[in-house]
Unconditional design. Structure first.
Length: 494
């Protein structure tokens, strides 16, 4: 009996740790977990995204303005986003990515002044999404520069958990996630938008890589600490993801990162050499494949379970030509290869992959072959086995011109996925019955590389799988659980 109790306690502790609870909260008996009905997208141990226990595939859209534009506007009503969401539903769009925050620091002034009014707008948007059966990947704090500007801090404060920047961010995320973690329309959580594209960039004259000044975000008094490194950003990501997991141990969490810069590793190395004034020199060497993997892992720290990237598909040089390949890892790569590099990296990390922004054709929007090229992009996404991708298209909803053409393409793709049983059914919007399927991976769970294995020290370490503590704990937990089940059966026989 004593042996059984020991095994049971060990198994319970492992299960608690794996579900996102900390040892401290476990020992204290605290449980803040919400979303017990398991609404939304979930990332399995092998990196597969599931919805109610079954793999989910879908093409969504970005709908930035649904909340952000209305909350600070005096002349916009909820009718705009209600009509927009109904329009997206008519095109079979299963989910949207949108911020439940504003853009500049002025938004947080509005929030501090009357949080309940802001929550009212959030609820109105989420309720309308639920009504139209559209899930939401919620981006929590859209622009990295807005937070420090609001609390009169510095962007590098992201790397200090005791800073006012991190404290305010954690309070905001606590308020939003604890308020809406039980809402069926929330399908996933995202920390922000493209923070990685500001990381490791520095200018000792403080003239570049800062931000366009807004009334609430002046450029007075900037210094080296207004630049931030990828390591400081990763600290912020980990802190915020930990807050999300305190309330929601189920839904996917992603960063909102943009494309991994082709020279991100060289910039990261330079950022590590910052001086006492938080300045450093820049270097623009191209990433190797190993360095690409390393940087994706560094910028997607646990408990974040989804690697994210954004990529547009025009040249923006007015030549109306489509970028047919990408220069990466020292060679030209097709879209199929490049997208698959992200998917394979995520898979090897045991994480999902989210193509958060795709399909803005930039200067090609009015080119005669735009639609054909857009279809090539969606085909490459499917070939790379990227399960979820969202079109960058909408400030405010429209289906006129090229926007409507793209929606028609996505509608057909989503109808096909639904017919193949890859998008669930209307039942995913109902409370669970207890009969939902349990996902079983078809292949062994991948083992993750170790982010501490810097490719500069040993490039091979990044690509050779090593046992991960979390996965080892999974195996131990499974074995302990199996022993408990065996004991119970034995007792029944007696």
């Amino acid at each position: 009996m004593r042996r059984f109790l020991i095994i049971f306690c060990v198994a319970a502790l492992l299960i608690s740790l794996l579900s996102g609870a900390t040892f401290a909260s476990f020992a204290a008996g605290e449980d803040n977990t919400m979303n017990r009905d398991k609404y939304g997208l979930h990332v399995e141990a092998d990196g597969t995204i599931t919805l109610r226990g079954e793999p989910f595939y879908g093409f969504g859209v970005n709908y930035f303005a649904a909340f952000a534009r209305h909350v600070e506007s005096e002349d916009m009503t909820t009718e705009e986003f209600k009509a927009g969401l109904a329009g997206l539903a008519s095109y079979n769009i299963p989910f949207v990515r949108l911020p439940l925050s504003g853009y500049a620091a002025s938004y947080y002034d509005v929030y501090d002044e009357d949080a309940e009014r802001v929550f009212g707008y959030m609820k109105a948007v989420l309720d309308e999404c639920e009504k139209n059966h559209i899930g939401v990947i919620v981006s929590l704090m859209w622009w990295d520069a807005a937070l420090p500007a609001h609390v009169k801090g510095k962007r590098s404060d992201m790397g200090n958990p005791e800073s006012e920047v991190v404290k305010y961010a954690k309070k905001y995320v606590t308020d939003v996630v604890s308020r809406f973690a039980d809402h069926p329309a929330v399908w996933g959580w995202e920390i922000g938008n493209e923070y990685n594209l500001g990381a490791d960039l520095c200018d000792k004259e403080c003239k570049e890589f800062l931000w366009h000044p807004y009334e609430s975000m002046p450029l007075d008094g900037v210094n080296g600490y207004d630049y931030y490194t990828s390591e400081e950003m990763a600290v912020f990501y980990k802190e915020i993801a930990g807050v999300i997991r305190k309330y929601d141990t189920y839904r996917m969490i992603t960063t909102g990162n943009g494309e991994m810069r082709p020279y991100s590793y060289a910039l990261y190395q330079q950022g590590k050499e910052k001086d006492e004034n938080h300045f450093w020199e820049l270097r623009w060497d191209q990433n190797s494949r190993e360095e690409f993997v390393f940087m994706n892992e560094l910028m997607t720290p646990d408990p974040i379970d989804t690697v994210c990237f954004h990529l547009q598909h025009g040249t923006a040089d007015g030549k109306n030509r489509y970028v047919m390949n990408f220069r990466y890892f020292g060679r030209n790569m097709s879209p199929d290869e490049y997208f698959k590099a992200y998917r394979d990296t995520a898979k090897n990390l045991g994480k999902a992959c989210f193509f958060g922004e795709f399909g803005d054709m930039l200067d090609m929007e009015n080119a005669p072959d735009m639609l054909d090229k857009f279809k090539e992009v969606t085909s490459a996404i499917s070939k790379a086995d990227i399960q979820i991708a969202s079109l960058w298209q909408f400030q405010d909803y429209t289906d006129e011109g090229t926007a409507g053409q793209k929606l028609e393409v996505l509608s057909d793709l989503n109808k096909k996925l639904a017919a193949e049983g890859k998008q669930g059914s209307e039942s995913v919007w109902q409370p669970p019955t207890g009969d939902e399927p349990v996902y079983v991976p078809e292949t062994p769970v991948p083992r993750t590389p170790n982010v501490e294995d810097d490719p500069e020290d040993n490039p091979l370490k990044v690509v050779i799988p090593v046992a991960a503590g979390t996965l080892g704990a999974c195996a131990a937990g499974g074995a302990a659980a199996a022993i408990i089940v065996h004991k119970k059966k034995k007792n029944k026989k007696q």
